[in-house]
Write a protein that binds this ligand. Structure first.
Ligand code: NAG
Ligand code: NAG
Ligand code: NAG
Ligand code: NAG
Length: 299
C-alpha cells in the first residue's frame, strides 16, 4: 500500500498522509481526535519528508494550525464570523481518522501480505485480489465522505479541480482492481514489490526533482499548504515524475512492473485534462534542446 501511495501525489495527498500515519501509530479504537497525539512525528519526519526539511520542529499542533489557516483563508471572501475555521479543521481531522479506520477495516495490510505470501506459491493471487476488489465500492464511499469534509476548506480554484481529482482517485482504485485485480496480481507475481523496493531511493529523487518546489525550504506555521489543483504546471510536473519513475523501474530484473506502472499512469492521465499541457511542454523542450537524449531515442 505504501508503494502505491506515492503515485497519486495530489488527489491522494491527504489519503497518503493517512497511510503514512498508519505506518507509525497504533490503531485507533475509537474516534478520539486526541489519538493524533500518539503519532510518532519523528518517524514520520524521517520517513516522509525531503532531507532538507527533516531538521525542522514540525509538530502535530503545527499541522493543525496549518489546516486551520487554510480553512480560514479559503473563506476570507465571506463576511467575518460566518465561518468557524477551527470547527472546519476539526471536522477534517475527524474525517481523516474515520477514513483511516474505514480503509483499514476494508484492507488490513498485514493480513493482505500474509494472504499474498500464502497464495503466491499456489498461484492463487487472483483469489486474494478478487476478495479485496469486491470491497472497492465501500472504499470509494469512504473517500467520497472524506472529500466532502475537505470541500468547505478549498478555494474556488481548488473546488473547480476537485471533481477531476476525485475521478483520478477513483480511476486509480479501478486500475488496481481492473479485472478483479488481474493487474496487481501480475505486478506482484512479476516481482513488482521487489522492483519498487530496490528503486526506493531513485523514486524519492524523482519525487524531489518534480515536487520539491511545492514545499517550503523550511517549515513554519505561516507556511501555506500547496493548492490542490491540477493546472498546467502540476500536469507537467506529474508527467516528469512519471517519466523519471518509469525509466527507473525499467532497470529492474523484470520489465513487467515498469510496464504496469506506466499503463497505470496512462490510465489515470486520460482522466485528467493534462495531455495538451504535456504536449506543449514537450514541444517547447524539443525546440529548446533539439538534440536531447529523449529525441534521439524517439527518432
Ligand atoms: C527545535 O526545538 C528545540 C527545542 O524547542 C530547539 O532547541 C531547536 O533549536 C529547534 N530546532 C529547529 C531546527 O528549529
Ligand atoms: C468554533 O468551533 C470551535 C470548535 O467546534 C468552538 O469551540 C468555538 O467556540 C467556535 N467558535 C465560534 C466563534 O463559534
Ligand atoms: C491486522 O491484522 C493483524 C494480524 O491479524 C492484527 O494483529 C492487527 O490488529 C490488524 N489490524 C487491524 C487494523 O485490524
Ligand atoms: C531536491 O531538489 C532540489 C531542487 O531541485 C535540489 O536543490 C536538492 O538538492 C534536491 N535534494 C535531494 C536530496 O536530492
Amino acid at each position: 500500500m505504501s508503494s502505491w501511495s506515492v503515485l497519486p501525489m495530489f488527489s491522494l495527498l491527504a489519503v497518503a498522509a493517512v497511510c503514512a500515519v498508519s505506518g507509525s501509530m497504533d490503531l485507533p479504537g475509537s474516534l478520539d481526535p486526541s489519538l493524533l497525539e500518539n503519532v510518532d512525528v519523528d518517524q514520520l519526519r524521517s520517513n516522509y519528508l525531503p532531507p532538507g526539511l527533516q531538521n525542522t520542529n514540525l509538530t502535530v499542533d503545527d499541522l493543525q494550525k496549518l489546516l486551520q489557516s487554510k480553512c480560514q483563508k479559503a473563506n476570507d471572501h465571506l463576511p467575518p464570523g460566518s465561518v468557524n475555521a477551527t470547527a472546519l479543521s476539526k471536522t477534517i481531522e475527524q474525517s481523516a481518522i474515520k477514513l483511516f479506520e474505514c480503509l483499514s477495516g476494508l484492507a488490513n495490510v498485514t493480513e493482505i501480505q500474509a494472504e499474498i505470501a500464502e497464495a503466491t506459491p499456489k498461484g492463487d493471487l487472483d483469489v486474494v485480489f478478487e476478495k479485496y476488489c469486491l470491497r472497492m465500492p465501500q472504499a470509494k464511499g469512504c473517500l467520497k465522505e472524506f472529500n466532502d469534509a475537505i470541500l468547505p476548506c478549498l478555494t474556488a480554484d481548488e473546488k473547480r479541480h476537485n471533481g477531476v481529482l476525485q475521478r483520478i482517485a477513483d480511476k486509480l482504485l479501478e486500475f488496481i482492481c481492473y479485472k478483479n485485480g488481474d493487474q496487481i496480481a501480475l505486478f506482484i507475481a512479476e516481482k513488482g514489490p521487489e522492483c519498487l523496493t530496490d528503486s526506493r531511493d531513485g523514486i524519492a529523487n524523482c519525487l524531489n526533482a518534480s515536487f520539491a518546489g511545492y514545499l517550503p525550504k523550511e517549515f513554519s506555521p505561516e507556511w501555506n499548504l500547496p493548492q490542490l489543483v491540477l493546472g498546467p504546471k502540476q500536469c507537467v510536473d506529474l508527467y516528469e515524475f512519471e517519466t523519471c519513475t518509469v525509466n527507473l523501474l525499467e532497470k529492474c530484473e523484470v520489465i513487467t512492473p515498469s510496464n504496469i506502472v506506466e499503463s497505470m499512469f496512462r490510465y489515470v492521465r486520460r482522466e485528467s485534462s493534462c495531455q495538451p499541457h504535456i504536449d506543449r511542454a514537450k514541444q517547447q523542450h524539443r525546440r529548446a534542446a533539439p538534440l536531447s537524449e529523449a529525441d534521439s531515442r524517439s527518432a
